[in-house]
Write a protein that binds this ligand. Structure first.
Ligand SMILES: Nc1ncnc2c1ncn2[C@@H]1O[C@H](COP(=O)(O)OP(=O)(O)O)[C@@H](O)[C@H]1O
Ligand SMILES: [Mg+2]
Length: 266
């Protein structure tokens, strides 16, 4: 069961949108997918049509019970079914209280790994949506993951933040989770007709192409993604023939070759 975390400490680069849409694309291929909202802002939860204030029990409740060795709630108690063919572990603002809890806990960094071990049934994929920071929650997500998948906006100087993110990944690999691998990066919000976006994509390929996998799928910029989120679904349901829906299907296929090649042959 590959656990894949979408990470980039910059906000607004398409982490949450990609988490949901990639999940929907994998589910469409018949995969069993669990999405984990690990951001207290709960955009993933909201974009799938749930009101974070009505969530009970929350992931935070399961997290603090586990930290305190209390029997319940357990992580499976929080799972919701969505309209996009994936299950969801929702989040809400209470999760922001976890950061200080984790800092003082003995092994706070590995709490998400511990929680995911409570899952009863195996999923084909777990996709974790992170908040835009490299704080404790993101560290805990990286410590729980097999792969990190990086959405990158094709804009001016995307590489600055990328260096810091990769440094954090290397630290987590060295100290907490040697089996963490960088699956690769992909571009979002690409405007195909602007020369600038093409230049950014080209320069990232030149500088990093030998070190990191850069997925061929590139996600264009479209308001359809936002509209789909307002409708509580993804573009896979909302506009199934849109080129961006197609791009996420391609990304799902490419990611699967990296993360679970045995599923593709099945
Ligand atoms: N490819 C895209 N084209 C246009 N808008 C997008 C695209 N991807 C995401 N968005 C929009 O940009 C905003 C930020 O995206 P989001 O996925 O929430 O980013 P993050 O999780 O990295 O903060 C959202 O309003 C979303 O609907
Ligand atoms: Mg987000």
């Amino acid at each position: 069961m590959p656990i894949i975390v979408l990470a980039n400490q910059k906000g607004g680069v398409g982490k949450t949108t990609s988490c949901a849409t990639l999940g929907a694309a994998l589910a469409e291929k018949g995969r069993r997918v669990l999405l984990v909202d690990f951001d207290p802002q709960a955009s993933l939860t909201t974009s799938l049509g749930f009101d974070p204030d009505q969530i009970d029990p929350s992931i935070y409740a399961a997290l603090s019970a586990t930290l305190r060795d209390e029997p319940s709630p357990r992580l499976p108690d929080t799972i919701l079914e969505t309209q996009i063919g994936c299950d969801l572990i929702p989040s809400n603002i209470s999760l922001s209280a976890a950061e200080p809890d984790l800092l003082t806990a003995l092994s706070g960094e590995t709490i998400l790994r511990e929680l995911l071990d409570q899952l009863p049934e195996p999923y084909d994929y777990v996709l974790i949506d992170c908040l835009p920071s490299l704080g404790m929650l993101t560290i805990a997500a990286l410590a729980a993951a097999d792969f990190v998948l990086i959405p990158l906006q094709a804009e001016f100087l995307p590489m600055r933040g990328l260096g810091l993110l990769l440094k954090t990944v290397h630290k987590v690999q060295a100290k907490l989770n040697p089996s963490l691998a960088v699956a690769g990066l992909f571009f979002t919000m690409v405007e195909p007709r602007t020369l600038h976006a093409q230049e950014v994509v080209e320069s990232v390929r030149q500088v990093l192409g030998d070190h990191i996998r850069i997925f061929g799928a590139a996600v264009g910029r479209t308001v359809r993604l936002r509209e789909a989120g307002v409708a509580g679904v993804t573009i896979i349901q909302y506009a199934p023939n849109h080129p961006v829906a197609e791009a996420y299907r391609q990304l799902a296929t490419e990611l699967e070759q990296v993360a679970a090649p045995e599923l593709q042959e099945a």
